[in-house]
Design a binder for this molecule. Structure first.
Ligand code: GLN
Length: 206
């Protein structure tokens, strides 16, 4: 199993480190055709407008739509969540709409541009401590009926999932706590339909 990290902009290198902590191989994805080689994709934080421009410039829009339609898991953090959401406000901008949430960008206000908080997520049915670092974070203002909230901060959803799409308003890759990445790796492994395959020497031996 191999997970791609979209490496057009933002803090992609830290996601690779987080995946390494989960003993999962990662690869930087810079061109749409590279999506064919990965079982899941992380879209990192950064600046969503810049990220969208680069994605459009590099023809990622149809390629990512195809990737999603194939049921391959995608995890978006912060700006990554903004590009995956159904609706985006302040300002309104294009988004893929792969998860039925409405988000407001930079929604914590100037005094709280960045902050850290401990949290508890329910991951695979188990309460799991997580560490949340918010940086000019969006807020999830609306959650559709098909969306599962996995963690909240001050009673608002901050980690959510719909099918193969996982999103967080915070940056788990900036902490040493691998819980959220580990959960995503589990999603990817299950979607690839090869439970335990990551631990096997090679496909060829079967
Ligand atoms: N404020 C950024 C945006 O609106 C997101 C910030 C982040 O990814 N840390 O795109």
């Amino acid at each position: 199993m191999k997970i791609g990290v979209l490496a057009l902009q933002g803090d992609f290198a830290l996601h690779e480190k987080a995946l390494a902590r989960c003993d999962v191989a990662s690869v930087e994805v810079r061109k749409p055709e590279e999506l064919a080689d990965v079982d899941g994709l992380i879209i990192p934080g950064g600046e969503s407008t810049t990220l969208l421009h680069l994605m459009e410039e590099w023809a990622f829009v149809p390629a990512l739509e195809k990737f999603h339609a194939a049921g391959k898991p995608i995890f978006g953090t912060c700006a990554g969540l903004i590009v995956l959401a159904r609706d985006v406000e302040r300002p309104r901008q294009f988004s893929f709409g792969f998860i039925d949430v409405g988000v407001e960008r930079n929604a914590y206000g100037r005094q709280r541009e960045s902050f850290e908080a401990p949290g508890l997520a329910v991951l695979d049915g188990k309460p799991t401590p997580i560490d949340m670092i918010f940086i000019r974070a969006p807020r999830i203002r609306r959650v559709g009926a098909g969306v599962e909230t996995l963690a909240t901060y001050q009673e608002e959803p901050v980690l959510a999932r719909q099918g193969s799409v996982l999103v967080g308003t915070f940056h788990p890759e900036l902490t040493d706590n691998p819980a959220v990445h580990r959960y995503f790796c589990g999603m990817v492994l299950r979607a690839a339909g090869r439970p335990g395959a990551g631990a096997l020497p090679s496909e060829a031996s079967r």
